[in-house]
Ligand binder design. Structure first.
Ligand SMILES: *Cc1c(COP(=O)(O)O)cnc(C)c1O
Length: 402
């Protein structure tokens, strides 16, 4: 239900009429009838977990992002863990990553006994800054782990060069950037290991799910073992060959993505192009219609980069972020904040002694960031509501006509 009463210009937070009655979320999935049918078909088949849909989804996904191999996992976090395992990160090894990310990027390094080492981000893209990442390298460094913040690829050219020069593995957290490209390559075809998530707020969904792409068949093999207890074969293979014997040769977990979910993934993947196109339209509309507000710093896009717009994160300047956030929520706009910098979480403060002030660019960004709603199912009316609400709120707090 959309309520528009032009005459009531009071903010909803001050008792006025909200732009929307029902909260517009910052992100959500779109599920069509063909998605439902794809899952139902598998429910009636012989294989609920590892069956034919896993390989089909992996192959279609690999082809879509221009990678030789793709390995499915039960979540983006499991996929990150698989990539860290494949990269052979262990006790004593350091992995340089961004503080402005979801905590699982760094947590999976800890689970393998390694140490996440943070370096600050670039002002314009809010992705890990290659020159600062280089300064954070030591003789214990094993991998670089940039994050494609909001869907804008990190500086993959610089990271590729740095990784090659220093003998490091390049792992890209591309949970925000499925469908993005960097220079002439799609995200998924550039790093040694590229990690994706299929959480419902991402570009395609399997409920929970994730994927890692790689050009290296040995890394792919290690990830397949890791996601299935460190065992080299699966029950379906054993049934086919009539053998019961199996061996566990590595320490792994059950991180498998079921056939059910892979069928949904296959169906969703067919819509990725349209989803990205819609997200780009919405980003362009925000860009045009919010550009004249000096209190908002809109996301920058570097030449040669085509972002996938997982988020549309603006920075607020001159008005308290908290004030704008509360006012927009009251207007029915489900704004969010991405992210509390990882090193400032109590666990990281306690374990590593961070006190704040270590990564000034990321911390300042965190203090001013607001993610506006961005998902492919948004209608033009939804976009209008966001723009109207933002202008209404800014007008109230600056006293300027907006
Ligand atoms: C979504 C996300 C993850 C984790 O993915 P899940 O599928 O939720 O486990 C990791 N890193 C980033 C940057 C993400 O956005």
């Amino acid at each position: 239900m959309i309520v528009r009463r032009e005459e009531d210009t009071r903010l909803a937070v001050e008792g006025g009429t909200p732009v929307r009655e029902k909260l517009l979320p910052y992100g959500r999935q779109t599920i069509d009838e063909d998605d439902v049918a794809a899952v139902v078909e598998v429910l009636r088949s012989d294989w609920l977990t590892t069956g034919p849909k896993v390989g089909e989804f992996e192959e279609a996904f690999a082809q879509r992002v221009g990678a030789p191999h793709a390995v499915a996992f039960s979540s983006g976090t499991a996929a990150l863990h698989g990539a860290i395992f494949a990269a052979d990160v262990g006790p004593g090894d350091e992995v340089v990553t961004s503080p402005l990310t979801f905590c699982s990027t760094a947590n999976t390094v800890l689970f393998q006994g390694g140490t996440p080492v943070f370096a600050d981000i670039s002002q314009d893209t809010m992705c890990l800054e290659p020159r600062l990442a280089e300064r954070a390298l030591t003789r214990h460094s094993r991998a670089l782990l940039p994050v494609d913040y909001a869907g804008h690829a990190a500086d993959l050219g610089a990271f590729r060069e740095l990784a090659d020069r220093r003998g490091l593995i390049l792992i890209e957290d591309a949970c925000h950037s499925l469908g993005a490209s960097f220079e002439d390559g799609p995200v998924g075809s550039i790093a040694d290991l590229t990690v994706f998530s299929f959480h419902p707020v991402k570009h395609i969904t399997t409920g929970e799910g994730g994927m890692v792409t790689t050009g290296d068949p040995e890394l792919a093999r290690r990830m397949r073992m890791f996601r299935s207890h460190g065992i080299d074969s699966d029950p379906r293979q054993r049934q086919r060959t009539g053998r019961w014997h199996y061996e566990m040769t590595e320490l792994g977990l059950n991180y498998r993505l079921p056939d059910l979910m892979c069928a949904l993934g296959l169906s969703q993947l067919r819509k990725l192009g349209a989803n990205i196109a819609r997200r780009r339209e919405i980003a362009a509309a925000y860009g045009e219609r919010l550009a004249d507000i000096p209190e908002l710093r809109l996301p920058g896009v570097r030449p040669g980069v085509d972002p996938a717009w997982h988020l549309y994160a603006v920075r607020v300047d001159g008005i308290e972020r908290e004030t704008v956030f509360r006012a927009l929520r009251a207007e029915g706009i489900g704004v969010n904040v991405h992210y509390v910098p990882v090193h400032l979480h109590p666990y990281y403060r306690r374990r590593f002694g961070y006190a704040g002030g270590e990564f000034p660019v990321a911390e300042a960004a965190y203090g001013s960031l607001i993610s506006l709603p961005m998902f492919h199912g948004m209608t033009d009316d939804d976009v209008d509501d966001v723009v109207q609400a933002v202008r209404k709120v800014v007008k109230r707090y600056t006293g300027r006509a907006a």
